[in-house]
Ligand binder design. Sequence first.
Ligand SMILES: CCCCCCCCCCCCC/C=C/[C@@H](O)[C@H](COP(=O)(O)O)NC(=O)CCCCC
Ligand SMILES: Nc1ncnc2c1ncn2[C@@H]1O[C@H](COP(=O)(O)OP(=O)(O)O)[C@@H](O)[C@H]1O
Ligand SMILES: [Ca+2]
Length: 513
Amino acid sequence: MKELVLFTVKSCVHTENCFVPISEIIAVEEREFNKKQRNIGRWQKMAKLHAFTVYYVKRARNHRWRCSDVTFWCVDEHLCNQWTQALKESLEMQKSRPKQLLVYINPYGGKRQGKRIYEQKVAPLFNLASISTDVVITEHANHAKDNLFEVNIYKYDGVVCVGGDGMFSEVMHGLIGRMQKDSGIDQNNPKASLVQCNIRIGIIPAGSTDCICYSTVGISDPVTSALHIIVGDCQPLDVSSVHHNNTFLKYSVSLLGYGFYGDILKDNSEKKRWMGPMRYDYSGFKTFLSHHYYEGTIAYQPAKRTHGSPRDKESCRTGCYICKKSEKQLAEQTKEHGLKHEEGEEEWKVIKGKFLAINAVNMSCACPRSPKGLSPAAHLADGSADLILVRKCSRFDFLRYLVRHTNQDDQFDFPFVDVYRVKCFQFTSKLSEDNESNVMDIGKKRFGQFCRDHPACCCNIVNSTWNCDGETLDSSAIEVRVHCQLMKLFARGIEENCKDEAACSQSSIEQLL
Ligand SMILES: CCCCCCCCCCCCC/C=C/[C@@H](O)[C@H](COP(=O)(O)O)NC(=O)CCCCC
Ligand SMILES: Nc1ncnc2c1ncn2[C@@H]1O[C@H](COP(=O)(O)OP(=O)(O)O)[C@@H](O)[C@H]1O
Ligand SMILES: [Ca+2]
């Protein structure tokens, strides 16, 4: 226990060596204890002391947050009560903090640790912060999504999912779907302006990739995520809608990948789930060796209104000004047009080719496997996606491209890689183009798995599959549109790195004074 001199500066409590903004206090608890003092070899009971403990967020290395505490004591009961009261009132005034949460736990995600992680690491923190919870342990896929259409979601300040990107995707589909249903919006209309979902989602990472958590917080760590939920952080997020022939397929927030990442997922049947997160490495290696490429056509509209480019050296960070500008534009647009869809005048660009991978990402897709992600400069909330086209190249070149996801070299600096910042795109595979124009006969479609003209060329006549945040799509021909800031997370984006604790405290002091 630390003995501390206490005084307030604006809205912060000053301890011996750091400032704690009220917004980062987790809880304040009264304490009572008798202080004993050693006196000539004997323990002597002294006056009754009054104390209170402040639990607060402490920043550790690599964007980790931890719950730390400091206890203040004094002999004056009245003074002590005054302090506790004042701090509790200040916490009450933090209106963005959740009081009631709906929690879904996938017990089978990742290493099957979801339930344990929640009970041991998260629930005690929610209790400490006086957050009440309704907890649902899912019993089957789509349990959470279906449940969100039935429960009274409006009584909750947020929904928490304990699991991976697939589990997050389920909860997101439930919430966005519910909002559209309640507002009478038809999700099958690819041009519909969707209603924003203001009920925030919190992600407690317990999955295999946990890219959404990592890209929005900077680390996949359950305690850090729980603390971001407790302090009531809010991070808007772009969401892409995916349609085929005026039929809604799915929403995507992280990776929408055809070719390499689609094939990894296709190989990754539920039968391999026993391997846990390793199943992706195994399938990744197999898919890399198979080196299939796919022919198709991409048409896209560049994102002209967003500032920034996928080749920027700066990444999206807490308080990102590019995302803030998009937020302002979105507000102005909504004021002018209401929910009416504003048809863009930008021209469509068309690219035909043979691709090893087509990746569309709404965020960097940073994850422990690739700490800078698939598109390091992508923005969480700018209303655009980065479309990455990896054309046919040698296995060695593709390996060089993949390796650059793990080091500081630029993965877009290859003649066979192109990247565009887009607001919508369409993809049609050569196979479906041929089918539509009746060029291909039925027998070839069913049995001609590989290119008959060039058996050794790895050209794959069958389609790949789209990997949509870890789920497969039923169609290869898709129409994708980015919806700027359609939903919100309990996060704040990745904070600028604090080299050490002293520097973190110093920057807090500078901000507050
Ligand atoms: C020679 C070493 C090369 C290593 C290259 C690694 C590049 C990794 C980039 C990963 C991007 C991940 C994008 C996120 C995808 C997730 O939505 C999806 C589902 O996650 P979850 O529900 O948690 O299982 N994960 C994947 O599709 C796995 C991709 C893994 C590829 C190795
Ligand atoms: N109780 C359950 N049993 C089986 N599948 C489930 C259950 N709960 C959720 N799921 C599904 O499991 C899929 C993967 O979950 P996720 O938590 O993302 O783990 P991982 O990251 O290991 O893939 C999700 O698409 C989700 O729909
Ligand atoms: Ca974006």
